[in-house]
Design a protein around this ligand. Structure first.
Ligand code: DP6
Length: 335
């Protein structure tokens, strides 16, 4: 039998309409409460914001093992990998243990969606190694089992995640390809350290905020309007909706029990810098995931100006990004 080994590359994504809070009865499947929209993003400099994952199934391996950025995974991390790998292994009828390695070219767990890229690459590589001919939509459902937002990283460009009401009906589809909407961003990395509270714990706390119901209702409305704005190539509408939606989500985070305050002084500095640039005529908007770092959205022609403004504001580490391509099977293996 051929070696059951494959590698894949997937990019991280930034949510324009957020997923925050899971369906109470379907939380174990990471089924969200509302549809969400994102841009899969590719770094335009040295940092590509990608995750490269290699997996091999073999009877040579006595038990499952893995490494993330060269560091051996513990049992807890391996268990999370199995959430994605086990259903695929079962579908293929392969009883063998796996060895996997995953390498990010950007800070892990700092609000840059490292797990989204990682689990998308894992689903893609594992299905390919097991010779399962799955569509990207089906793979997006599999990646979701490891990390909800990973569902959106199978596709490039701008992506819609159908919340759904079951494993099969909760999947992502592409709204437009990477070159179809002239959108750019500069990621202002305020703090590259791993965040103290994981998104997983945050999703569970969300229901305790008095604002959660409102946020979910608004997100459903934002997602619908965002879909229209994307189809009409209306950048200001996309930016305004994204900024409003992020502020709603952070209001829920801050007012949850325990309260989650992801913003740092540098986060506010960037938010003000973006708004001040906007007052001066360059259309820029911000959005923030579960961390202190800010994604500043702009049109291609304003990207350099935005980057300079962030530098002046004292943000040293900036990553210019554009919509990425789809996840893909890579020729090079990590082991
Ligand atoms: C704030 O549960 O997908 O980024 O698995 O930790 O990456 P991780 O997070 P996940 O929650 C993501 C929440 C969010 C908003 C979003 O991406 O929609």
């Amino acid at each position: 039998m051929n070696s059951l080994k494959s590698s894949a590359i997937a990019y991280s994504n930034i949510a324009l309409v957020k997923y925050w809070g899971r369906h109470p009865r379907l939380a174990h499947l990471n089924i969200p409460l509302n549809d969400s929209v994102s841009m899969t993003k590719e770094g335009m400099g040295k940092i590509k914001l990608q995750s490269h994952t290699t997996i091999e199934f073999s009877s040579r391996y006595k038990s499952d093992s893995g490494s993330l950025n060269g560091k051996k995974m513990g049992e807890k991390e391996l268990a999370r990998m199995r959430l994605v790998v086990d259903p695929l292994r079962e579908a293929a009828g392969v009883p063998d243990a796996f060895r996997l390695a995953s390498q990010n070219d950007f800070p892990t767990a700092a609000g840059l969606a490292s797990s989204a890229a990682g689990f998308a690459a894992l689903a893609r590589a594992a299905a390919d190694a097991l010779q399962l001919d799955y569509s990207l939509g089906l793979l997006s459902s599999m990646a979701r089992l490891g990390s909800g937002s990973a569902a959106r990283s199978l596709h490039g460009g701008l992506v819609w995640w159908h919340a759904g009401h079951s494993h099969e009906s909760s999947y992502a589809e592409q709204l437009c390809g990477p070159n179809d909407f002239p959108l750019r961003a500069v990621v202002a990395v305020v703090n590259p350290d791993a965040k103290k509270v994981s998104s997983l714990d945050g999703h569970s706390a969300a229901a305790s905020s008095p604002f959660q119901k409102m946020q979910v209702k608004e997100s459903l409305r934002h997602a619908k309007r965002m879909r229209v704005a994307i189809a009409e190539k209306d950048f200001p509408a996309v930016g305004q909706l994204a900024e409003q939606n992020a502020l709603n989500m952070h209001a829920v985070m801050m007012t949850a029990n325990p309260s989650l305050l992801y913003w740092e002084p540098g986060t506010l500095k960037v938010m003000h810098a973006v708004r001040s640039l906007r007052e001066k005529g360059a259309e820029t908007y911000f959005t923030i995931d579960a961390g202190p770092n800010v994604h500043c959205l702009c049109r291609p022609r304003d990207q350099l100006k935005l980057d300079r403004a962030l530098q002046v504001a004292g943000i040293r580490f900036r990553i210019p990004v554009r919509p990425a391509k789809d996840s893909y099977i890579a020729r090079t293996h990590l082991f």
